[in-house]
Design a protein around this ligand. Structure first.
Ligand SMILES: *[C@@H]1O[C@H](CO)[C@@H](O)[C@H](O)[C@H]1NC(C)=O
Length: 264
């Protein structure tokens, strides 16, 4: 028998619950034994979504040639088979005294390790900085494009979506993957194509482990940059005009009073 690889991997997998965002931690031990073209793999996992570890599970899965055939699940407290051979194995293993060891793994290995991981990772969440802006304005039958960006957050698991009058928009939206900035922080961008109609409410919602509640940003259509520039130029012109005419008026007044005081 050739033990080709024994590796221990620790991975943190982000995962979102339906309502409350949480971080799912997964401790993983993989063992693969290769014998002349046959693969035997064991994967031991500790999984939990909540920091109090109430939903912590220990899952021990066995594969032969990449086919999962038997698995111990701590919630079930026994082995379950997936193939004919797996069913037989499960029956056999469930009757061995060693099954008690599997039952103890949750408290012996998983919980202490998950506790450490939760306190080291979940405590270090960093809230995203959100920017909501118009990328393209609607013109000539073209829809407008809004861009909602989340910057500098950790961990990478995040959900960015849109609400239109408080209903989740499923179409006309594209999001990028979470992109690593290379400094443990991540960014993500979501586009929404829409045709503006008056009175509707558009919001960008961000769900992330750093915030218990979804972060909601409402879109407030305001004057665009180019329009703002035009207004600024117009206002400066007006001010300049007032100053110049006031100066001219003062000059004229002075001149005319001099003329009265010093008659020629
Ligand atoms: C373990 O078993 C429980 C109870 O049947 C189930 O809810 C859970 O999804 C199982 N876990 C895995 C990883 O299959």
């Amino acid at each position: 028998m050739n033990w080709s690889s024994v590796s221990q991997t620790l991975s943190v997998v982000g995962c979102r619950d339906k309502m409350l965002l949480s971080l799912q931690l997964l401790l993983l031990l993989t063992l693969t034994i290769r014998t002349d073209g046959y693969f035997y793999t064991m994967i031991k996992e500790c999984i939990a979504s909540s920091a109090d570890l109430t939903d912590a599970e220990y899952i021990d899965t066995y594969y032969f040639n990449k086919v999962k055939y038997v698995q111990f699940n701590s919630t079930k407290g026994r082995f379950v088979g997936f193939t004919e051979f797996g069913l037989e194995t499960a029956k056999k293993w469930n009757n061995r005294p060693e099954v008690q060891q599997e039952r103890d793994e949750l408290d012996r290995v998983c919980k202490p390790n998950l506790e450490i991981q939760f306190s080291h990772i979940v405590d270090k969440t960093v809230k995203p900085k959100i920017r909501l802006r118009s990328e393209e304005e609607a013109s000539g039958g073209h829809p407008a494009i809004l861009l909602c960006s989340a910057y500098d957050f950790y961990p990478p698991a995040i959900d960015v979506y849109w609400l239109r009058d408080d209903e989740k928009v499923t179409m006309d939206t594209i999001s990028t993957e979470e992109m690593a900035d290379g400094d443990w922080y991540y960014q993500v961008h979501s586009h929404l194509e829409y045709t503006p109609t008056s009175g509707e409410k558009i919001s960008c919602v961000v769900e992330h482990a750093s915030s218990k509640k979804p972060i909601i940003y409402n879109w407030e259509p305001h004057v665009s940059q180019s329009e703002r520039n035009k207004i600024a130029i117009g206002a400066s012109g007006l001010v300049l005009g007032i100053i110049l005419s006031a100066a001219g008026f003062i000059y004229y007044k002075k001149k005319s009073s001099e003329r009265i005081l010093v008659p020629s």
